[in-house]
Write a protein that binds this ligand. Structure first.
Ligand code: K1U
Ligand code: ZN
Length: 171
């Protein structure tokens, strides 16, 4: 397992739409292991492959607390097949936009189809923080960032701050 660099705003790679994974094989599992190690190292609760510069539709999530046993979830080619009318608010963060948090409103519950680490088709009904995290990560697969849900004024301020940090070599 290799801990990889996390791609940060304003890198245009974060706006790419990731491609489906045709076959779940040893290369895919190596990618998932690198993603999981990178996420634990950051630390974070989720990571999409594009965040380590790989434009493929793969996500890792682990909501276990530091004191709990690790419980990784691997989502390959996830598709939301239903989302609730009910909405929920959560203060989101992003490993590609470090140290910036803001409130985002999303559907409270989602149902999804995906392939697991073995390539088996699975379904999942998620609520609470898992639902929020899954939606945040699927957005990454489509080149969408949580700051896109904020006002243009706020978003422009964040992008400007990170563009300046990058220019000064502080990212
Ligand atoms: O996709 C990412 O950039 C990871 C992101 C996931 C996420 C967080 C909050 C709401 C939605 C999605 C993070 O993991 S940010 C860091 C974070 O939330 C965290 C870090 C350490 C302990 C607990 C949480
Ligand atoms: Zn993110």
């Amino acid at each position: 397992m290799t801990i990889r660099d996390i791609v940060k705003l304003p890198d245009p790679m974060l706006r790419q739409v990731s491609k489906p994974i045709a076959t779940v094989d040893a290369d895919t599992r190596r990618l998932l292991d690198d993603m999981l190690g990178t996420m634990y190292d950051a630390p974070g609760i989720g990571l999409a492959a594009i965040q380590i510069g790989v434009p493929l539709r793969a996500i890792v999530i682990d909501l276990a607390k530091e004191t709990e046993e690790k419980k990784p979830l691997f989502l390959i080619n996830p598709e939301v097949v239903w989302s609730s009318e009910e909405q929920s608010d959560y203060e989101e963060g992003c490993l590609s936009i470090p140290d910036y948090y803001d409130m985002v409103t999303r559907p409270a519950e989602v149902k999804l189809r995906y392939r697991d680490r073995q390539g088996e088709a699975q379904e999942l009904h998620a609520n609470g923080i898992l639902s929020t995290c899954i939606q945040h990560e699927i957005d990454h697969l489509n080149g969408v960032l949580f700051i896109d849900y904020l006002s243009k004024l706020k978003r422009d301020r964040v992008v400007k701050k990170f563009a300046k940090a990058q220019k000064l070599g502080k990212l």
